[in-house]
Design a protein around this ligand. Sequence first.
Ligand SMILES: NC(=O)c1ccc[n+]([C@@H]2O[C@H](COP(=O)([O-])OP(=O)(O)OC[C@H]3O[C@@H](n4cnc5c(N)ncnc54)[C@H](O)[C@@H]3O)[C@@H](O)[C@H]2O)c1
Length: 298
Amino acid sequence: MRTKIGIAGCGHLGKLHTKMHTMLPDISELIGVYDINPETVKTASELNKCRGFNDLEELLPLVDGMVVAVATQGHYEVAKKCLLAGKHIFIEKPITATVEQGIELVELAKEKNLIIQVGQIERYNPAFSQLKNFEIEPKFIEAHRLAPFNPRGADVSVVLDLMIHDIDLILSLIKSDIERIDAAGVAVVTDTTDIANVRIKFKNGAVANLTASRMSLKKMRKFRIFQEHKYLSLDLDTGIADIFYLADKEAVINDGMAVADLDFVNKKIIYSKREKIEVNALLEENRDFVEAISKGKP
Ligand SMILES: NC(=O)c1ccc[n+]([C@@H]2O[C@H](COP(=O)([O-])OP(=O)(O)OC[C@H]3O[C@@H](n4cnc5c(N)ncnc54)[C@H](O)[C@@H]3O)[C@@H](O)[C@H]2O)c1
């Protein structure tokens, strides 16, 4: 039996999520789309040949799960209605506009035994996926996420708009509590922070330095991991990973080439370039959501 899915919010991201569910015909049944704007509902429902709803309460009884892709300020209200109606939710990042709202949704989902999946799409980035091939124990991470100004997403600070992606990746890699956070931010064009620099010190000694700006001329998404005997430089924009690691001087290497000899320790530095693997990240995260509902897969 296919999982019945509804979409709340048919803006830029909502339209893409809707299309993804038309591309999963074996497992997902797209029931309908909902938005606060009736014109948007009409366009999205016609485009995807599904029902359009101007009232969320009419769509909810018909579905097993909802994709919440409304503007961030509306996440809490819409997601809470879905959970109270007993529906699993996929919610776009950031989960909510405030920490308190996020905690309340997580508690509600636990109480009702429902799934909340957050659209932290960079977990599916092909450059980040390369890390599965290595033991990762970061000592230092440097993350740069810079983008030209875009009013979409600017209803919250650049930390919730952009930096949240790198915060999520870092917390997935560094298995330690946080000891201290130092941060600086400036509001340049909006009322909230448009450029921010954050230094997170973890109890295990690891440090992460993050910079996010939505005031940049050029786009940049770099994520660099430094650890004992390894340096991994991920370009999250192109999907390419450049990896440097130490190997014994006499070791036979199949996945890269020696770029320097370190005779004093009897080692050599190996450089391995990992080209982009084609992946539709949005499709995969929606597939995971449907399978989390139907198979209880985390
Ligand atoms: N995963 C990513 O990389 C990524 C990228 C861009 C945006 N996003 C997230 O997706 C969400 C939507 O962003 P977008 O770029 O599509 O914005 P958008 O402005 O294009 O679309 C938002 C839509 O939500 C509707 N809406 C707003 N409040 C509503 C409410 N209370 N109830 C129903 N509908 C409502 C609007 O009418 C609009 O159609 C945001 O939370 C944003 O952070 C994620």
